[in-house]
Design a protein around this ligand. Structure first.
Ligand SMILES: Cc1cc2nc3c(=O)[nH]c(=O)nc-3n(C[C@H](O)[C@H](O)[C@H](O)COP(=O)(O)OP(=O)(O)OC[C@H]3O[C@@H](n4cnc5c(N)ncnc54)[C@H](O)[C@@H]3O)c2cc1C
Length: 366
């Protein structure tokens, strides 16, 4: 029996944490060398915060677990042959497959955007942005996209750079309530960020961008305008929805032998899509890992996935954050939100240490 997990992010490691209870062969396929703590990456853009401290090597996490890591990228899969194809042309056969490759940046057809902007989806992107920031210290950084990522990046960079945050809609942070979003906007402005709302990006040129009502210059352009399913899923025989995500049922099952979790599984509760977060990905990974075990044992799958999120927090300027906690959604702002966010990072590392039987401080905080 061979279980293959594609992607060792929040969902993939959570699934492996469950599956390792079975005494069976498990393989992780992931092109990078370690588990990237993506929600920590905006803060790692700060000058004195090494990005490496936000990556936990798979060699450490998986040591003594018997899980093999293949450092390669899946580019296609054939569910009839139960086989995934790797970028170097090799194939890996599976009996059960867990798909957790996350998402990638989406680029709308805006001339020059993909060519001139830098996304922030993983540690590789963070290294590239940081290298450019070093070259252009004190100069202008324009962040496009006022969602969770863009707002956080703007706040983190504000102390060292001339930061502009551009958002097409009239408000920031659609995932939070209006009051919290206004608080975030005001804090960013106090921190020196030029927040431009209701301005669509029309065209990007080298060092200049054209908005609906303005033309502004930039040294570094960060694109935080949206995500989409990985394009390689189109090279598979999986059923996909209109946006290119695999069609999974409410148990995370795509076919009898293939499950999805994390950003790539569009989870709905009460007809509403749940925002893709690390917290949701971890929960879904554990849930799907449990379902793989049940399926292998010929038991009924767990009841449909109904995640109960504990909160959503983002950092603004140093020492200040905003978001909500507890299932009822209690709003938090200021220093307490920032402290709770730091605690949630610590808790995640602690949980990972426990799941993989590593003693604290196996995952030291940077
Ligand atoms: C800048 C930023 C800040 C964020 N902040 C927060 C936050 O504060 N709180 C929060 O809850 N969420 C946050 N998120 C969202 C959160 O990071 C994601 O929802 C979460 O990482 C999704 O987990 P995942 O396991 O689905 O994918 P990921 O964590 O992205 O992991 C996917 C893994 O799959 C691997 N992979 C990709 N393609 C392939 C392939 N073809 N073959 C093999 N392996 C592949 C990747 O290398 C990676 O290791 C943030 C996201 C970003 C980009």
């Amino acid at each position: 029996m061979h279980i293959v997990v594609v992607g060792g992010g929040y969902a993939g490691l959570a699934a492996i944490g469950e599956i390792q209870r079975l005494n069976t062969k498990v393989t992780l396929v992931d092109p990078v060398h370690g588990h990237e703590l993506i929600p920590e990456l905006p803060e790692a853009l700060r000058l004195h915060d090494p990005i490496e401290e936000h990556i936990v090597p798979f060699a450490d996490v998986l040591r003594d677990t018997g899980v093999e890591h293949i450092p390669d990228r899946v580019v296609s899969l054939n569910s009839q042959k139960r086989e995934v194809t790797l970028s170097q042309g090799g194939t890996v056969n599976y009996d059960w497959l867990v798909l957790t490759p996350g998402t990638v940046s989406a680029y709308p057809p805006i001339p020059g955007l993909e060519q001139h902007s830098l996304p922030l989806r993983n540690a590789h992107d963070a290294f590239r942005i940081k290298a450019r920031l070093r070259e252009t210290k004190g100069q202008r950084v324009v962040v496009v996209g006022g969602g969770l990522t863009g707002t956080e990046v703007a706040g983190v960079l504000a102390p060292d750079h001339d930061v502009w945050l551009v958002e097409a809609t009239p408000r920031l942070l659609p995932a939070l309530g209006v009051g919290l979003a206004c608080y975030a906007r005001d804090r960013l402005r106090v921190a020196g960020v030029m927040v431009m709302l209701g301005q669509k990006l029309l065209r990007v040129e080298d060092k200049t961008l054209e908005l609906e009502h303005d033309r502004i210059s930039y040294n570094v352009l960060v694109w935080a305008g949206g995500i989409q399913a990985p394009r390689w899923l189109r090279n598979t025989d999986l059923p996909l929805d209109e946006k290119g995500y695999p069609r999974a049922d409410d148990r995370g099952r795509i076919t009898d032998r293939i499950f999805a979790a994390g950003d790539v599984w569009r989870v709905q509760t009460d007809g509403q899509e749940v925002p893709q977060t690390a917290q949701l990905a971890s929960m879904a990974g554990r849930y799907v890992g449990e379902n793989v075990i049940r399926a292998i044992r010929g038991e009924p799958l767990a009841p449909p996935f109904h995640p109960s999120l504990k909160g959503m927090l983002i950092s603004l300027d140093p020492g200040v954050g905003v978001g909500w906690v507890l299932r009822g959604g209690i709003p938090v702002r200021g220093g307490s939100a920032r402290t709770l966010k730091a605690l949630s990072f610590r808790q995640y590392r602690l949980k990972l240490s426990r799941v993989f039987g590593r003693g604290w401080p196996f995952l030291s905080m940077g």
